[in-house]
Write a protein that binds this ligand. Structure first.
Ligand code: ZN
Length: 470
């Protein structure tokens, strides 16, 4: 596996630090519905986990839920997202976090994303956060102001390195406001005190006053508690580089004197019809919006994986329709391959189940034809799933290869590929030649006949596809 490491700005050969590959993914702030742009990131990291397992690595992966203290901006001012969501929904912040956390995981399951080994809720780590701040303070990295405990970024001489920050420029451009007690513009709160008159329902007593942790702290704390640093791979969106991940690195160094992560992966944004995803443009699509237009979550996953995680991707419904057709086409190929008995080493159902079982245990994937080896090596080249997809399109895969492909991408291909018999395959072929001869009456007749047998045939730009009639 070769991966582009944000920390070194190079593609590097990946070498695990220990027996388990330890991965941490910055998760959602659970105060609202997650849109398809949010889910795209988790789809890329799902491929990372699946590919490492296919290569034979054991993976231990932690995902956090931010259910406290994430302010509306990356800075230390503004409203708390959870508290704001609670006000909007007429619920407590805890109810809000539970509701949107559950909704997020429903989408996770629809996308057939591999379950994380640990889902860490920030609110379960408050005591550990306090211990971390104690340590930073003991090591001389913090100072107290009226509104919180701040990290003094001038005390960490490598602070600017990770994101190549221009600290002098940042300092010059800093606005003077409530936090003018901050020593440097890049300093950030590791703990916030609740001010008189602030409503904050989520509050914990620390340093003799009610407060709550700064947003960046939970990731350093959870990694320390659940994985132990340094971890192998830390993933997130590119917007996390200059502030959130920079601060995570600083905190971990200040508390524990350790490197946080060896390899950093950052995915880029998706735009919709060429525009940023935003409420004002009305393009904040949820998975349920796609479903209403006839696209499954797995069609969307197919669309995401047809591009690269570092590129900006432009989503359109036309391109989603293309991904859906490609997925149907693959399912049909699987049905045909199975029906021909090519490379089938196992009963269909069992092969599907086995695929599921092995991905959990992390057994390496063996290919019997060489095509899957090519596919896996394309993915191993900095997660180049687009190239892997092109190989799949242009190769003749055995059924066993398809099982491995389905396991690698988690596209529900085997489960959804229709079981058809020889006679039905003949009917489909007969219909195709009828259409080629412009005998549309005969083609329609054959289509209806197949439909009575539970097989729905449709003609698309990519050719004829069929599926179980709903
Ligand atoms: Zn994080």
């Amino acid at each position: 596996m070769r991966l582009f490491n944000t920390a070194t700005k190079k593609i590097e050969k990946f070498k695990p630090l220990g027996e388990d590959v330890k991965i941490y993914t910055c998760g959602p702030t659970v105060y609202g519905y997650q849109h398809i742009g949010n889910y795209a990131a988790y789809i890329y990291w799902d491929l990372l986990v699946r590919a490492l397992r296919a290569e034979g690595h054991a993976v231990r992966r932690v995902l956090n839920f931010t259910d406290v203290g994430h302010l509306v901006s990356d800075g230390d001012e503004g409203e708390d997202k959870l508290e704001k969501g609670a006000e909007r929904d007429g619920k407590t912040p805890y109810e809000v976090a539970k509701f949107y956390g559950d909704d997020f995981m429903r989408g996770w399951d629809l996308l057939d994303l591999v379950q994380p080994d640990v889902i860490a809720h920030a609110t379960d780590y408050i005591e550990a956060d306090m211990r971390a701040v104690d340590l930073m303070t003991e090591h001389g990295f913090t100072y107290e102001t009226r509104d919180g405990v701040y990290f003094d970024t001038a005390k960490f001489d490598r602070y600017a390195d990770f994101a190549r920050l221009d600290l002098a420029g940042l300092q010059a451009g800093a606005r003077v406001g409530f936090s003018s007690e901050k020593r440097n513009a890049s300093d950030f709160a590791v703990w916030k005190f609740i001010q008189p008159g602030e409503k904050h329902i989520m509050r914990w007593d620390y340093l003799g006053r009610p407060g709550y942790p700064g947003w960046h702290l939970e990731c350093s704390t959870i990694i320390h508690e659940e994985l132990g640093e340094p971890i192998d791979i830390h993933t997130g969106g590119i917007d996390h580089v200059p502030v959130h991940h920079t601060n995570e690195i600083a905190q971990t160094y200040a508390s524990y004197g350790r490197e946080l992560a060896r390899t950093w992966l950052h995915c880029n944004f998706i735009t919709i019809d060429g525009e940023k995803i935003s409420k004002s443009l009305g393009n904040v699509y949820l998975l349920s919006d796609l479903a209403e237009r006839g696209f499954s979550a797995l069609d969307f996953k197919m669309w995401v994986l047809s591009g690269h995680y570092q590129g900006t991707r432009n989503f359109t419904f036309e391109s989603l329709a293309g991904a859906k057709a490609r997925r149907l086409n693959w399912r049909n190929k699987i049905a045909l391959t199975y029906q021909r008995g090519a490379g089938v080493s196992d009963a269909k159902g069992e092969a599907g189940n086995k695929a599921g079982a092995e991905i959990e245990t992390g057994a390496g994937a063996k290919s019997n034809s060489g095509v899957f080896t090519e596919v896996l090596s394309a993915v191993g080249n900095n997660l180049n799933s687009a190239e892997a997809f092109a190989i799949i399109d242009n190769s003749d895969l055995s059924y066993d290869d398809w099982v491995l492909v389905d396991r690698l991408f988690g596209l529900g291909l085997i489960k959804e590929s229709p079981d058809i018999n020889t006679a039905q395959v003949d009917l489909i072929r007969e219909r195709e030649s009828a259409r080629a001869n412009k005998d549309f009456a005969r083609a329609d007749e054959l289509r209806d006949k197949l439909l009575t047998q539970g097989i729905a045939v449709r003609d698309t730009a990519e050719g004829t596809v069929w599926e179980y009639a709903g």
